[in-house]
Design a protein around this ligand. Structure first.
Ligand code: RB5
Length: 159
């Protein structure tokens, strides 16, 4: 028996992103995408770093999966997801940034502001991101530099 293939899209949100998450899952599922919902599952107040971290870890453990993280602005989940080594989370806020997040940044998580955009925008921009391809070349060099920052010890001993 073969193991089930991982969902292509891992999605999670806090309470502020919950309505957009629900609407986006519906649209993506209707479009034939496999979506794994890691919560939250209501509008009861929760903390966005918990869900950004869950999306990030699920993306890193599922080959070929990409993540969608949603909070009120998209900023909190972006900051939190980018703390996980190996994650490149991009705040997407229009059609152009949806494509560039993949073409230039090879983002493996895209972030949306649930209080800022409509479900139709989120769906269209997700489709644009999914259908775009990483361009490599000079962009790979820049991503390698991001990886080097991740691997560096950082600044210690400062008072
Ligand atoms: C929650 O009220 C809100 O602060 C959160 O969803 C997010 O926008 C933080 O960046």
């Amino acid at each position: 028996m073969t193991a089930p293939s991982p969902a292509r899209i891992i999605i999670g949100s806090d309470h502020a992103g919950f309505p957009l998450k629900e609407a986006l899952i519906k649209r993506l599922s209707q479009a034939g995408e496999t979506v794994q919902d890691i919560g939250t599952f209501s509008e009861e107040s929760v903390d966005y770093p918990d869900f950004a971290e869950k999306v990030a870890h699920a993306v890193l453990s599922g080959s070929g999966s990409i993540g969608i993280a949603i909070c009120g602005t998209g900023i909190g989940v972006s900051i939190a997801a980018n703390k996980v080594r190996g994650i490149r989370a991009a705040l997407v806020y229009n059609e152009e940034t949806a494509g560039l997040a993949r073409r230039h940044n090879n983002a493996n998580v895209i972030c949306f502001g649930g209080r800022e955009i409509t479900p139709d925008q989120a769906f269209d921009w997700t489709r644009t991101y999914l259908s775009s391809a990483f361009e490599g070349g000079r962009h790979q060099r820049r991503i390698d530099k991001i990886s080097a920052i991740e691997a560096s010890p950082g600044i210690s001993g400062q008072s």
